[in-house]
Design a protein. Sequence first.
Length: 54
Amino acid sequence: ASLSETAERAVLEAIQSHKHGDALYFWARLDDDSRNPAKLGFWSFCDAVNAGNC
């Protein structure tokens, strides 16, 4: 799966404009991640792998 053209443009604009300071942007399929056997949504998975700091 990939981002739509609109979503990809939005991410690239945010990165290039440094709108959010030193931020890391990434996208990945959560349903294929071996660390996510429960198929959690993005925020739940993020909290699970980042000690609740999302």
